[in-house]
Design a binder for this molecule. Structure first.
Ligand code: AMP
Length: 282
């Protein structure tokens, strides 16, 4: 049995009952169109808590005006079935007006790390993400919230927010789930045509080239970036949004790899913007 809850009041009451019963609650926030990446988070959440709440909410405030908010896949029935099979106890499925009623005026801005990578190329994106996740944490009041490393910068932003605002929740992060051929699972992969699906392999392929180069001793950040760029521009359907390497987890600019660094990519394949990343270790 899976409970589908559409109002904030009911969600709060459901969580309050679970807490009174002494249950440890995990929250898995998603935008739906669930794939194995999401389901892995849900199964792992079930290992770490007594009760798993997954939210499915295509959050309008994290999309830019020319982005895919209205086209974003919405698959309520099959999502509920998949979540149920993954061990989810309740789905929180609010309407946009439930989360942002008339007069809504409060947003969370995490400074610093939001000024680069996706924060630069998707202005306002992390303000929307931080705000909606803060709201979900307030509504569900989970003990633990589970996220994917696929959105590496998002995880850093949310950890910063939780620490800075003294939110009493543990953030768990799970590795990127990939198809056998390397493409990172994403709800947006379903936008890709057959040719674009093949072209999209250039993201994981270029990350692997950088990894190999580091294993072979390359430490110069500009050289590593050039290597990744050369691979991506060789793919005619690909258009680079950004290729960046920053120290990890601080996301400071570096010239030489020394310790851990985040290699993050955003690449448009046709009209579809895909992201992928890898932690490089010197
Ligand atoms: P989304 O529905 O895209 O907002 O993603 C919801 C959660 O699933 C986020 O924490 C993502 O990082 C995570 N996620 C999405 N794709 C993957 C993947 N391929 N591997 C692991 N986690 C993922």
């Amino acid at each position: 049995m899976i409970t589908v809850i559409e109002t904030i009041e009911e969600m709060q009451a459901y969580s309050a009952r679970a807490r009174r019963d002494g249950k440890r609650i995990a929250l898995v926030p998603t935008m739906g169109a669930l794939h194995e990446g999401h389901l892995t988070l849900m199964r792992e959440a079930k290992q770490r808590a007594d009760l798993v709440v997954a939210s499915i909410f295509v959050n309008p405030t994290q999309f830019g005006p020319h982005e895919d908010f209205s086209n974003y896949p919405r698959e309520k029935e099959s999502d509920c079935q998949k979540a149920k099979n993954a061990g989810v106890d309740a789905i929180f499925y609010p309407a946009p007006t439930e989360m942002y009623p008339d007069g809504y005026a409060t947003y969370i801005h995490v400074e610093g790390i939001t000024a680069k990578l996706c924060g630069l190329t998707r202005p306002g994106h992390f303000k929307g993400v931080a705000t909606v996740v803060a709201k979900l944490l307030n509504i569900v009041k989970p003990d633990i919230a589970v996220f994917g490393q696929k959105d590496a910068q998002q995880v850093l932003v949310l950890k910063r927010m939780v620490q800075d605002l003294n939110m009493d929740v543990k953030i768990a992060v799970l590795p990127i789930q990939r198809h056998d051929d390397g493409l990172a699972l994403s709800s947006r992969n379903q936008y890709l045509s057959a040719d674009e699906r093949k072209a999209a392999l250039v993201l994981s392929r270029s990350l692997n080239l950088a990894k190999q180069a580091v294993e072979n001793g390359m430490r110069d950040i500009a050289q590593l970036q050039d290597k990744v760029r050369a691979e991506i521009v060789s793919e005619p359907l690909a258009n680079i949004d950004y290729i960046e390497i920053y120290s990890y987890p601080a996301l400071q600019e570096i010239k030489v790899l020394n310790g851990s660094a985040l290699l993050a990519l955003a690449v448009k394949i046709g009209q579809t913007r895909l992201i992928d990343n890898l932690i490089l270790e010197a």
